[in-house]
Design a binder for this molecule. Structure first.
Ligand SMILES: [Zn+2]
Length: 303
């Protein structure tokens, strides 16, 4: 049988193998536990260059995981994940990401290895860093099939309580579940990762981006607003359910925004989901500007 050569192709192939196993054993395949399946699958598929180790190591705040050759056994591969991270879902997503590198990229590595940072895990659609995008695409398709994901969300009110439930169902990080939702949703929404009072990283859903709303923290320093939930830890507010801010609270947007936030661990900062009104405000028309071209250019610069 020909082997797949794309991230989605691999995710489909492995899903099919897991389905056969599910049918035979009666054990539910979701959540997919990469730790339990990756080494067996690699031995079956690639007996000449198997994945023989998955081990944890304290990598501090630098890396989420890595793929490397096993020392002293040149044809074998190993995955190391960061034990400083306590969230099982985040570790599972990282393992799927590294397994993706193993399936797709190990032939290019020679004796090298791949070290993956938190930033790499967020890189789902840029033109650059193709490897990281591919590893995330594989992990996302394998761990969170679209139909099941959309069924879980259904018509429920969007909150970080709901998103955490979805993340737990698939055994992925909250961030990974939010990125998946941002890819699928037709709503105007933004994921904002905050760190020490500043926006570290942000991503808009397509609908929000098309209405001209996005942040570019790599281009300019963007402070988190003092009244945002990301900054104020008001114990009387259910921050995962969120509150609606008036337009001046997040001055960048000029719209009212519902903000939901979790204060994650030391390596993760704050994770905020911003929901915007479905209908964007009318935009100021500047006849000399070519909005289509500008947007494409900005998108290119940003990603
Ligand atoms: Zn990576």
């Amino acid at each position: 049988m020909r082997l797949p050569n794309s991230p989605v192709g691999w995710a489909i192939r492995i899903t099919k193998i897991l389905q056969v196993f599910e049918n035979a054993s009666g054990q539910r395949m979701y959540p997919v536990k990469i730790q339990d399946i990756a080494m067996d699958l690699s031995r079956q598929l690639f007996p000449d260059s198997p994945l023989t180790r998955i081990t944890g190591e304290d990598l501090g705040g630098r890396f989420e995981g890595m793929l490397a050759r096993v020392p002293g056994a040149a044809n074998e591969w190993g995955i190391i994940y960061n034990t400083a991270i306590k969230s099982p879902g985040r570790i599972n997503f990282t393992l799927a990401h590294e397994f993706g590198h193993y399936l797709l990229h190990r032939a290019e590595l020679g004796n090298g290895q791949i070290n993956c940072s938190r930033q790499d895990m967020l890189d789902w659609d840029s033109e650059y860093g193709q490897r990281e995008v591919q590893a995330n695409e594989f992990a996302s398709y394998l761990l969170m099939p679209r139909n099941t994901f959309e069924q879980l969300i259904g018509k429920q009110k969007i909150s970080l309580h709901l998103m955490q439930e979805v993340a737990d169902q698939f055994n992925v990080s909250l961030t990974a579940a939010l990125l998946k939702w941002l890819q699928l949703t037709s709503r105007r929404a933004m994921l904002v990762i905050g760190d020490n009072g500043f926006v570290k990283w942000a991503r808009s859903s397509d609908a929000l981006y098309k209405s001209g709303v996005y942040l570019q923290p790599k281009k300019e320093l963007i402070g988190l607003p003092q009244q945002s939930l990301a900054m104020s830890r008001d114990a009387t507010i259910d921050a995962k359910l969120g509150i609606t801010h008036k337009p001046s609270t997040w001055p960048q947007f000029k719209e009212s925004v519902r903000e939901m936030t979790v204060h994650a661990d030391a390596y993760e900062g704050t994770i905020s989901l911003l929901l915007f009104p479905d209908d964007p405000p009318p935009r100021w028309h500047e006849p000399d500007e070519e909005p289509e071209l500008m947007d494409t250019f900005d998108k290119f610069q940003d990603r």
